[in-house]
Design a protein around this ligand. Structure first.
Ligand code: FEO
Length: 396
């Protein structure tokens, strides 16, 4: 499959409808994904990025239908990660001397991946490449999301090839933002931002401000994954700017795991108390063992505050809760309030351990948390309701 974006640019990537996990098992992709590669035909012919290694043969065969490979004058590698560079070794075997335009770090990382001394041409922000009627301008985008990342801008057509930034794991033959389900698209873009870019918020903010200051007219944003932003593409740039500023909505997310439902009852009762104080706040109660972990952290991204609960097991916390805490710590959320809760039988360490983890994660822990012994009765549930009310007051 390939399709013409306009008279100059053709999409020659791979739609991966089957993909359900990305980055090994780390990132769920409920809507599949695509590896977007773009062929620019001007007086010179340029290929921007390739696809994941697993689809190399398909990619090359498809590309050969579009162009005699020997007619490719330049390759641009916006990013060295294997989902975009995977087909390069085979392509370079077929057209070995073709120059690869990329950042200095990208050249280093491609060498570290493939151990080949290809014809790298290192570029920096502001460097341009004349390709005929139009030219390419390069914009380094360090840590969006790797040290080597880069955007490439095509003048004349005013297209920004943005690599992973503005991407989403979203497979659709419709390909354009004005054609697909907009709510689903925005959710996937947010999930992508949460799981891939949140740790680099300050750098994203700086880069978006720099991009806006360049004042480039942008008709389309062609990312490395998913849907092309066509109708009002500046909207997703502004949305990224908002997301980069420690984004939050009027939402509280309660995440828990439970063995015999005591901690679940605590979660639901805390929510009742919280609702009395924060009547208009969205409250979500998510089991860390039943819900997808990447969707959970996306809810955390949206939240102004979170509560995390677990029963005590073996002097520790339940494994699914521990995994979510590890993800929250890694993503480095800022300006979110938090507290812990949990049930226990005898030793009862879980609340203290969760509180410690929340503090280490950089969240603003508002109290010492609440723990209830065995199965909370009426008095215990009243304490949970009070705890919810108190938490509601603290996050106002
Ligand atoms: Fe889609 Fe960072 O690779």
């Amino acid at each position: 499959m390939s399709f013409k974006i306009n008279n100059t640019v053709t999409w020659v990537g791979k739609m991966d409808w089957e993909l359900r996990k990305f980055h090994g098992e780390e990132y769920s992709t409920h809507r599949g994904s695509s590896y977007n590669s773009y062929l620019i035909k001007d007086e010179k012919t340029v290929l921007i990025d390739t696809v994941w290694q697993a689809f190399t043969k398909e990619f090359i065969a498809n590309l050969e239908k579009e162009i005699d490979l020997k007619k490719i004058d330049f390759i641009v590698a916006n990013h060295s990660e294997i989902d975009h560079s995977g087909a390069l070794p085979e392509l370079m075997r077929l057209i070995p001397n073709t120059p690869i335009y990329c950042t200095k770090t990208c050249a280093k990382l491609l060498k570290a991946h493939y151990h080949q001394d290809w014809n790298f041409v290192e570029v920096k922000t502001g460097d341009t490449l004349e390709i005929g009627k139009n030219k390419l301008m390069f914009i380094e985008a360090k840590m969006l999301h790797w040290p080597d990342s880069m955007f490439t801008y095509l003048t004349g057509e005013n297209i920004l090839f943005s690599s992973d930034a503005f991407g989403q794991h979203f497979a659709s033959e419709l390909m354009y933002s004005d054609k697909v389900d907009s709510e689903g698209l925005l959710y996937e873009a947010m999930k992508y931002y949460t799981n891939i870019l949140t740790p680099f918020n300050p750098l994203v903010k700086k880069k978006i401000e720099e991009l806006l200051s360049l004042g480039l007219p942008i008709n389309m944003i062609c990312p490395g994954h998913g849907i092309i932003w066509r109708d009002n593409p500046s909207e997703i740039i502004k949305t990224y700017l908002e997301w980069s500023k420690n984004y939050k909505e009027d939402q509280v997310t309660i995440i828990y795991d439970t063995m015999w439902n005591s901690t679940r009852r605590m979660a639901e009762t805390i929510a009742e108390g919280l609702k009395e104080i924060e009547a208009n706040t969205t409250i979500k109660i998510l089991s860390s063992s039943k819900y997808d972990k990447n969707d959970i952290v996306t809810e955390v991204f949206k939240s102004k505050a979170i509560l995390i609960g677990s029963s005590t097991i073996n002097k520790g916390i339940l494994s699914s809760t521990a995994a979510i805490l590890e993800m929250i710590k890694g993503l480095g959320f800022k300006e979110k309030k938090a507290a812990a809760f949990g049930s226990y039988g005898w030793s009862g360490e879980s609340v203290r351990l969760i509180t410690e983890e929340l503090t280490k994660a950089g969240l603003e822990v508002v109290n010492e948390g609440i723990r209830e012994e065995w199965i909370p009765g009426e008095a215990g549930l009243d304490r949970c309701r009070d705890f919810g009310r108190n938490f509601g007051e603290k996050i106002k």
